[in-house]
Structures are given as C-alpha cells and as structure tokens.
Write a new protein. Structure first.
Lengths: 290, 337
C-alpha cells in the first residue's frame, strides 16, 4: 500500500516545519492574511454582495455604509464586490507572471551554469540586457510594442523578471555542475537532458523558489502600476490598479473610490511579502531573517 | 586596476549594444507599421512605397539596424508623433524636471534611510528599530500611486497646504522670471535670488518627492540595517572591543565604514530604481518630466518617443551602475587583490 511507503522520518520533518511556521510570527500573520485573500478569490461569487459589473447610476458615489460596505464608484458599482473579485485578477497575475518568468529564466541559467564556457557567457550577457533597464521601464516599452491590455502587461512583466531567475539558477548550477555526482553522471555518459533535469535542477531550485515567493507581491504591485498608468488592465477587467486610476478625477471629494482598491493592493502585497520572507526563512535558515 | 576597468567597460558596451538591439527589435514588431503611422490612415499605394523606401524599410534588416545605430549615435531619435517636434528636443526640455525630482528623492532616501537603518541595527528591537521595520514593511507594500494620492488627499484636499500637482505656479513663473541655467528650478531660482519662485518650486516638490521616495526608503532602511548587523558580527569588531575601544568608537569609526562600502552600490541602484518609478509619480502629479511624457506617448502611440526615452534611461542606468562599481573599486582595497 502506498501509505506504507512513507519513511518514518516524514512526520518528524513535518513537525519541524510546523514548529518553524508557528514560531515565525510574521510568517504566521502573512499566512492568515493570505488564506483570507485566497478564500475571497475562490469563493468570490458567494461572499460578494452585488454583481461587480452591474452599473447603477441611481447609486453612484455612495459613501461606505450598510447597503454598500465599501461604497460605490462613479458608475454605481459596488466597491466591496469589486474588491473581492479583484483578488482573482491579482492572484492570477502573480501566479502566471512568476511561473512564466521562472519557466523562461530557470532553463537559461541552468544551461549556462552547466555548460559554462562561451555559451554560458553569452547566455548570461543576453539576460543582462533585460536587467539594464530601470524597473517598470522595460514592461512599459514592451507593452508599447505588444499593445495595451492585461495579458500583454503580464507577458511584459514576465520578460522583465526572468533574468533574475536565470542569475540565481546560474550561480547554483555553476556550483552544482562541479560536484562529484554531476561529474560522474557526465562520465557515465548520461544524456545532457537527463543530467540537467534529474541531477542539476533538483539541487538548484531552492533559491529560485525563495526568490519567486518574495517577488510575488512586487509583481502584483507592478501590474497594478501598469494598469494605473493606463497600459495594463482595461475595463471591464476588475483590477485594483485600474479601479484607482478611474477614480482619479473624483477622489478628492469621494476618497473611498481610490482608497478602497488602493488599500486592497497594500494589504495583499503586505501579506505576500510576509509570506515570502517566511518561505525564505523556512527554506534557507542561514539567510538573514529580517 | 586597469584590466578590471577595461573588462567592466567592455561588458557595459556589450550590454549597451544589446539594449540598442532590443529597442530596435521592439520598434520593428510594433502594431502597425511605422509607415502607416507616418502617413495616417488609408494612404495611397504609391505613398506607402515611397515612404518605405525613404525610411529604408525595404532594405535588409541588418542594413536597417546599422542605419538605426548611426542615427542614434548622432542623437537623431526621429520626430515625436505626438508633438511633431524632434524627440531629442522634447526629452532635453523635460529631463531636468525628472532629474530634479529624482535627485531630491535620492537625497531624502540617503539622508533619512541610512541613519535610520544604522540606529535600528545598533539598538535592535528598540523603538527606532520597530519604527524602521514598520516603515520598510509598509513602504515596500504600498503602491507609489496610492501614497501619492493619499498625500494629495490630505495635504492638498483636506489641509490645502500644498499644491495638488504641477512643478511651479504658472503665475509665479511669469511674475518672477528666472533664467533656466540648469533646468533645475530650485537651483536656478536660488542663484537668481527669486525666492518667491523658489518657494513655489519647493512646495510643488514636497509631495512628489515623498511619494517617489517611500518605497526606495523602505529598501534602503532594510538593507542598511542588514549590512550593519552583518558588520557588527564580524570578528574584527570583537577584536576591537577586546582591545578596549569604546563602543561608540568601534561602531562609528569601524563598523559603519565596513557597512557603508557595500551601501555605495545600493545608493547607485536607488538612483536607477527611482528613475524607473518616477514614471508613476510624475503621472500622478502631472510633473512635466520624461516619465509623464512616456506615459502619454504610449497612450498616443508615439513610439519614437517611447523608444528614445527607454534607451536613454537604460543608458543612464548602465552608466550609473558602472560609475558606482568604479567608486566601489576605488574605496574598497579588498577588491584590488
């Protein structure tokens, strides 16, 4: 039976992880907040009070109250429901962008570190070019080329983020490729593909995962910024940065229109950062904890 | 030393060429061909053919690239489709505004962030440390546009203390004219002795600077604190303490020095980081710099401007990184071995 295959050390390992999680206050807070946000995203139709897209000019710019918990925007749409649905967009952005960035970046770093030499040099110089741009600028230029929209912005963010994963995996791969087991695998005539996937990758990806968990919040922040300046999400996408942007002409008199979605971003990114720091502490206990 | 500089310089030139290739590629995969953009909708077939030849778009791609390189080297970035003026003119008129904002932010970030980080590290879990850690956790998570709008809501909307947006009061600019020597209003108005204009420029700078600085400040505090703690744990600190040096002397004469050298790199990075995020801050405050310009250029499909600004900022970013590396090399004797 499959359950009997579990080694005896497994429960104790889980227990260690659990004791570390419970002992790490910031991670715990981040985890709780994240679970709440995840819950909102998964069960948005159940916990929202109104249709997030329903326009009601009879109820525009209503202040937060018992009917509309977070108030309504200039089209009379319920902000609470829009914030709840917005969790889906933001989490989707974070997951897709990060996965895509890792999927592009990690193989480059892996191959560069494994092969080294001229190929490694040029692969890494190639990634350097993408890092030569100040933050946000490359996504802006790429979005200008691809066209403006949520998916274009996501692709642009992935293209700007992948070199960091290449770099991280590269430095690991360089170290691992010199190790005895990789050397002997090479000597035994294993295929490059097999060595890369079976021997190198499992020993290289911990720092990449750490980085990914720490970048998650930043990705959502950057995507919101792109939507805010008008080159990311477009109506009728329900995206927090876009919601803040459309409130700009009204927010001095109706503060909630801007502050509600803005604070949603703040809380989400805050939670994800705590979570990311926690993941780093768990995976890499040697790293600085603050 | 020489070989290190040469190597670093070589890498930089390589990357710069890469950046040029990239902007070239981006400008060639744009939606809609440059010809159509130039001629407007429904051009005649002859006009398309003529302009295609004039723009060199009928030549092989590598010929086009060489031509593009030549133009860039001569500072010819084409004509802005939005304003019908040379892109270089547009940029050079706007860059001082961006530079002024970014410089003020760098000053704020370094003068507040570094001391805060140092004190936080020296008195871990003390009040300053708690404040510093809260500021950095908050600052990293808050979007620049949100803090910008919060400031506007409070200081311009509620208190009516600061101007909502813009760089200077237009009437002040007319009444108290000052020569634009550097393009930095604070500096220009001060050397001209026009203190009313100086006051207006300063008041307009407060909110954009604060908004732009916060996330960088958060990062600097965090990094300074970590580096300081690392330096405090070095063996030489124990040795110096064992020699009986006062802890103030150890902390400020030796530990700070060890921590500050790597911080140089971080300050350089901050500069580049702020150049990037200034786009958002300029947009919110209607700041007449290149950040706000690039946003409008994108929405108006003014691609020559977008590409030129991207390229120039990337070049500036590369140069800053290079200079900081050189400085780092010059002050840290360990790197010379």
């Amino acid at each position: 039976m499959a359950t009997q295959d579990i080694t005896p050390s497994e429960p104790s390992r889980l227990a260690t992880i659990w004791s570390r999680v419970a002992g790490n206050k910031t991670f715990f807070v981040g985890l709780v907040l994240f679970v709440v946000i995840l819950f909102a995203a998964l069960f948005a139709p159940l916990i929202s009070t109104h249709d997030p897209l329903k326009i009601d000019f009879g109820a525009k710019l209503v202040a937060p109250g018992s009917e509309h918990w977070f108030g309504t925007d200039e089209l009379g749409r319920d902000l609470y429901s829009r914030v709840v649905y917005g969790t889906r967009t933001s989490l989707m952005i974070g997951v897709v962008v990060t996965l895509l960035a890792v999927a592009i970046g990690a193989p480059i770093g892996l191959i560069a570190g494994y092969e080294g030499g001229r190929l490694g040099f040029w692969l890494m110089r190639f990634t350097d070019v993408f890092i030569a741009f100040p933050p946000l600028l490359l996504p802006i230029a790429i979005t200008a080329a691809l066209g403006q929209g949520l998916y274009e912005a996501m692709l642009a963010l992935s293209i700007s983020a992948f070199p960091w994963y290449s770099r991280i995996v590269y430095s690991e791969a360089q170290r691992v490729s010199k190790s005895l087991y990789v050397q002997s695998a090479r000597a035994s005539g294993f295929s490059h593909f097999r060595i890369l996937t079976k021997h190198m990758l499992p020993n290289c990806w911990t720092p990449a995962i750490t980085q990914a968990s720490m970048d998650f919040g930043y990705t959502i922040l950057a995507a919101a910024s792109l939507s805010f300046i008008g080159i990311g999400a477009k109506e009728p996408d329900i995206e927090w940065g876009l919601m803040v942007a459309t409130s700009r002409t009204k927010f001095l008199d109706y503060w909630w229109v801007a502050m509600v979605p803005g604070l949603a971003i703040l809380v989400t990114v805050f939670a994800l950062n705590l979570l990311g720091d926690g993941v780093r502490d768990l995976l890499d206990p040697k790293g600085d904890s603050k | 030393m020489k070989s290190y500089v040469a190597k670093r310089l070589g890498t930089m030139v390589l990357i710069l060429i890469g950046v040029l290739v990239m902007t070239f590629v981006i400008s060639r995969v744009l939606p809609g061909s440059p010809v159509e953009m130039y001629l407007g909708s429904r051009p005649s077939a002859e006009a398309v053919e003529r302009v295609t030849r004039e723009m060199g778009l009928d030549r092989p791609i590598y010929v086009q690239f060489v031509r593009y390189l030549g133009e860039v080297v001569q500072g010819d970035f084409g004509i802005s489709l939005m304003t019908k003026r040379p892109v270089l003119t547009e940029i050079s008129e706007r860059f001082p505004a961006t530079l002024e904002l970014v410089l003020c932010s760098v000053l704020l970030v370094v003068l507040v962030g570094v001391p805060l980080g140092v004190v936080a590290a020296l008195r871990q879990n003390g009040i300053v440390d708690v404040v510093a850690r809260s500021v950095s956790a908050f600052g990293v998570a808050i979007p620049t546009f949100l803090i910008a709008m919060m400031l506007q809501l409070f200081f311009a909307g509620q208190l009516r203390l600061l101007p909502l947006q813009g760089r200077i009061d237009d009437l002040v600019l007319l009444d108290y004219e000052f020569p634009h020597v550097t393009g930095l209003y604070l500096f220009d108005s001060a050397i001209a002795g026009e203190w009313v204009a100086f006051g207006s420029a300063a008041a307009h700078l407060v909110m954009p600077t604060l908004a732009l600085s916060l996330s960088a400040l958060a990062l600097i505090v965090r990094i300074t604190r970590t580096m300081m703690i690392e330096a405090l744990g070095e063996e030489f600190v124990t040795t110096l303490r064992a020699y009986g040096l006062s802890s103030a002397r150890v902390n400020f004469r030796y530990v700070l020095k060890a921590a500050l050298i790597p911080l140089l790199t971080v300050v350089g990075m901050t500069f580049g980081y702020l150049l990037g995020t200034s786009v958002v801050a300029e947009y919110v405050f209607d700041w007449p710099g290149i950040g706000g310009f690039i946003v409008r250029a994108i929405t108006k499909s003014d691609y020559p401007s977008v590409m030129a600004i991207t390229m120039l900022l990337a070049t500036a970013y590369l140069l800053i990184t290079f200079l900081v590396d050189m400085l780092h090399f010059a002050v840290d004797p360990r790197l010379r071995h």
